[in-house]
Design a protein around this ligand. Structure first.
Ligand SMILES: [Zn+2]
Length: 464
């Protein structure tokens, strides 16, 4: 059953919906942030431009108009203390079938068609949008950058492309794009997740939506996501008891006569059914490649020189020293350095790739637990590498002279189309940051390379 959407302003809607502010609402404080509000706008606009070039944006007035109606209504309901007049909110549909949505600093928001198709009510779409909007209003993208540990180096600007590639977009192991700074704008800490959930419920209630629909949409995302699991939940991890605290907050907010379903929602779902099916992320990436990329590919060569038995030492900032075969080149990135032989690295579809060698980097994690942090790292790898297999076979090992884990995976190389093996080694640094080494080699050469990877891992000396 649907009800007509009220054609009144958000403030009036909130009034009609019978929203009452009670003292029981959980107070929210935006985290400290060393960036300016203008930085949020600038970084977000740059990233949005990349998104518009790389993703299958929907140029459909019905869809974008519908998203803007919900978005404007939610923006008008942001509590005054979190409003930034400089922000430029925009709401754009993406023709991808996976259930996903993301927002960039300063306001640009993108909602996958799959999200609109598989939501059960307009309230559910509003729920995911209110959550994303809360990350923007609380300036979580740049606040997270402000928390960077002393181990993290590199520029925020360098992270932007990574933010896009990280969203299930990169098809290959790529330097510095899948972890650490690379996904900083999209992948948030559990503390920030809880803040976005709570502020999201306040915004929904003030806009006349039922905050319980935010709990409902998280269930929908879990149930409706295809193989590989929900990308959205990987970028927005459950802080624990998510449904319980959302429902508790919702009951404190006392919204009556809230909007769940609307005629506009039914119309947009019927409209989407008349369009050719949405693309999968993989199809879209293939199309983007055919459509001619702005930067020409420099594909790695098929065969490369075997690892030299002579090693040389590299000092990486004040963070660590490592010894690698002396015929490997050093390729620095953000929060990450790759060592690979000549011919084993290049770019495919605008993404840096390597087929032989090691990537060494650091990744922030909230848990300070090696097992959990390692599986989060592998999850983030899997997002950019849909054909990645394995990862449940972690074994204890010594990494950089301390307790660590080793995990083996297999993948299909985007660069060569061949099977490759991936060895992941992890350990925790003193402040809980995850330190990792990822060794990559084609399956038929892995026998040669696995010994080299072990030697490299054993050689690492962490700064104390
Ligand atoms: Zn989130």
């Amino acid at each position: 059953m649907s009800r007509a959407r009220p054609t009144v302003t958000a403030a009036a809607t909130a009034f009609l919906a019978g929203f009452v502010t009670l003292a029981a609402q959980t107070p929210i404080t935006a985290p400290s942030n060393k960036y300016s509000v203008a930085d949020d706008v600038k970084l977000g606009q740059q990233a949005a431009q990349e998104v518009r070039q790389q993703m299958p944006i929907m140029h459909d007035d019905a869809v974008n108009g519908y998203l803007a109606d919900i978005g404007d209504r939610l923006v008008a309901a942001i509590p005054p203390e979190f409003r930034h007049p400089e922000f430029r909110y925009s709401f754009t549909g993406v023709n991808l079938k996976e259930i996903n949505a993301f927002a960039l600093p300063g306001g640009p928001m993108f909602v996958n068609r799959g999200m609109m198709e598989r939501a059960h009510t307009e309230g559910e779409i509003a729920g995911v949008m209110a959550h994303e909007l809360s990350h923007v209003a609380l300036r979580h993208g740049t606040a997270q950058q402000s928390k960077a540990t002393p181990y993290e180096v590199g520029s925020v600007a360098g992270a932007i492309v990574g933010a896009i590639v990280g969203g299930g977009w990169g098809q290959v192991i790529s330097q510095g794009t899948q972890f650490g700074l690379g996904t900083a704008f999209l992948r948030f800490s559990r503390e920030y997740e809880k803040q976005a959930d709570i502020l999201g419920t306040h915004i929904m209630a003030r806009a006349g939506y039922d905050p319980r629909d935010m709990a409902n949409v998280f269930k929908t995302i879990e149930q409706e996501s295809g193989p590989g699991g929900p990308q959205w939940l990987s970028d927005h991890p459950n802080p624990g008891n998510r449904y319980d605290y959302i429902l508790r907050e919702a009951s404190a907010l006392h919204v009556t006569n809230a909007t769940h379903d609307t005629r506009a929602f039914d119309q947009i779902q019927s409209h989407l059914r008349t369009l050719p099916p949405a693309l999968s992320s993989e199809e879209a990436a293939r199309n983007a490649k055919r459509g001619g990329n702005t930067s020409p590919d420099s594909r790695p060569a098929a065969r490369v020189e075997r690892p030299s038995s002579q090693y040389r030492t590299f000092q990486e900032g004040g963070v660590f020293r490592v010894q690698v075969p002396d015929n490997w080149q050093e390729l620095p990135g953000n929060n990450v350095v790759t060592f690979a032989p000549q011919g084993a690295y290049g770019s495919v579809n605008g993404t840096s790739v390597f087929t032989h060698g090691v990537e060494i980097g650091v990744a922030r994690n909230e848990t300070h637990d090696l097992n959990t942090a390692t599986s989060e790292l592998i999850d983030s790898l899997r997002q950019g590498n849909p054909q990645l297999r394995g990862g449940s076979n972690a074994s204890r090992t010594t990494v950089a002279g301390q307790q660590g884990l080793a995990v083996q995976l297999s993948n299909v190389s985007e660069a060569t189309g061949g099977e490759e093996r991936i060895a992941v080694y992890t350990t925790l640094l003193g402040d809980g940051t995850l330190f990792y080494v990822i060794g990559v080699a084609p399956s038929d050469e892995f026998g040669t390379y696995s010994g080299t990877f072990s030697k490299v891992v054993r050689s690492i000396q962490l700064a104390r």
